[in-house]
Write a protein that binds this ligand. Structure first.
Ligand code: FE2
Length: 436
């Protein structure tokens, strides 16, 4: 049995024998007072020591887009038999009738345990505020405060059923911000008219200004090439001088725009400083459902946006909910899907895929002191792989997860032996040394 005695105790923690980059040799990392105090070879021992045995240390993974109020609701009261977005919305409406504070808290806490087990300690959750009682938001605010010492949980006021096509929609958005939502959301493409879609975006910016909060809008999550609210998001980001504080999520319609329009749009997104979050797991299965063949991939133009210098992060979006019955909260699985659907398999591009669940996600969430350096927050994951690309390829759970300088999760390293000759041989799934 693992000795958890030092997991909840304060005091310095020394992690011995880690790689902080694939190229460098082994070092020790000393953590104290929630920060990385020192990185170097053979540091002096302290009371609490973990021998990482050569694992790769990376900053805590980031999930910049998930719906924690819906996690683990798949199948009740009815499963999504078609697997479509529209039936998912129908099933969620049915499920909403059963929402209670206890139900939301217990599912969200379990979902956060899944995240932590995968080394994800930074989570931005959209929360459906199309509810006169705002039950989900109130419940998740309690969860946010409870887990604050270990996990950063940002809550977005998200109008799932629209603002202007939902009774008291604007008032519920304002009430959500008053209650303590961290981020203003939106869903312009879901309004009944283009005009109301524009008003939906405008409301987000006026609330953001009033409450001094960032913005994260579900924007153009459709295959309709005429859904063009992202240009309004870019323009208002410029006018409100909110570069770096505005995120547009999904933006799948960009996969259907003509190239001339997409070129213009990517240019103004880059100039305005709008961040993009792609959600490849949900969108690769939910989009393209009206297509026969060729069938669209259902993802925004990740590679072109990254090449233009736009911050592009990737979210899990759903974990076993009415829209996506799969998922484990593994952000490495998300990065793998991003690499596949976005064709990010060039050597440098695979680094971009890893950045989408680490550095770029941290920029979207505006996380201070994020990274592996002296003075950074002591929020890290230790993977038993030599490189981040191997992490994306193998999708392991981290051997150790450290939050705020404390051990919060441990997974034994899996080993496989294959036996058809006289002696069994251990299989590492790593490239042969002759290829290094
Ligand atoms: Fe979403």
């Amino acid at each position: 049995m693992w000795d958890w005695s030092h997991s909840q105790e304060s005091g310095p923690l020394l992690i011995k024998n880690v790689h902080v980059s694939a190229a460098d040799g082994l070092v020790d990392v000393l953590m104290d007072d929630g920060l990385i105090a020192k990185i170097g070879p053979s540091l002096t021992s302290v009371n609490h020591v973990i021998d990482a045995e050569g694992a790769l240390m990376v900053p805590a993974l980031v999930d910049p887009h998930v719906h924690m109020d819906a996690v683990l609701t798949e199948g009740f009261p009815e499963p999504n038999r078609s697997g479509t977005l529209l039936e998912g919305i129908e099933r969620w409406s049915q499920r909403k009738a059963y929402l209670t504070e206890e139900d939301i808290i217990s599912r969200a806490e379990e979902g956060i345990r899944w995240h932590i087990g995968h080394g994800v300690l930074k989570i931005r959750s959209h929360v459906d505020v199309c509810d006169p009682n705002l039950t989900a938001l109130k419940a998740l605010i309690k969860v946010r405060e409870k887990i604050r010492p270990w996990v950063t949980l940002q809550l977005v006021a998200f109008p799932q059923d629209g603002v202007y096509c939902f009774p008291d929609g604007p008032e519920l958005m304002e009430e959500a911000m008053r209650l303590g939502a961290d981020v203003v959301g939106g869903i312009p493409h879901y309004e009944w008219t283009r005009e109301d879609g524009i008003r939906n975006v405008e409301l987000a910016f006026s609330l953001a200004e009033k409450y001094g909060k960032p913005i994260d809008i579900h924007c153009d999550e459709t295959d309709d090439e005429h859904s063009r609210f992202l240009e309004t998001v870019a323009n208002l980001t410029r006018l409100y001088q909110m570069a770096g504080k505005v995120t547009a999520s999904h933006t799948t319609a960009m996969g259907s725009y003509n190239d001339a329009y997409a070129f213009k749009l990517i240019r103004i997104l880059s100039k305005a400083g709008v961040n993009i979050v792609a959600n490849p797991l949900d969108n690769v299965v939910l989009q393209g459902r009206f297509d026969t063949y060729p069938k669209r991939r259902g993802m925004t133009r990740v590679k072109e946006l990254m090449t233009a210098g736009v911050t592009v992060a990737a979210g899990h979006d759903s974990i076993m909910d009415p829209w996506y019955p799969l998922g484990t909260a593994s952000q490495l699985f998300v990065a793998s899907m991003l690499a596949h659907v976005g064709q990010l398999t060039g050597v440098e591009e695979l680094h971009w895929a890893f950045d989408s669940i680490t550095g770029a996600g941290a920029k979207v969430m505006e996380l201070p002191a994020y990274g592996i350096s002296e003075g950074s927050r002591a929020d890290v994951a230790l993977f038993d792989v030599p490189t981040t690309t191997d992490a994306i390829r193998l999708i392991p759970r981290p051997h150790f997860v450290i939050a705020n300088g404390m051990l919060v999760a441990k997974t034994p390293v899996a080993t496989t032996e294959v036996w058809w000759e006289q002696e069994p041989k251990a299989v590492s799934y790593l490239r042969p040394e002759s290829n290094l």
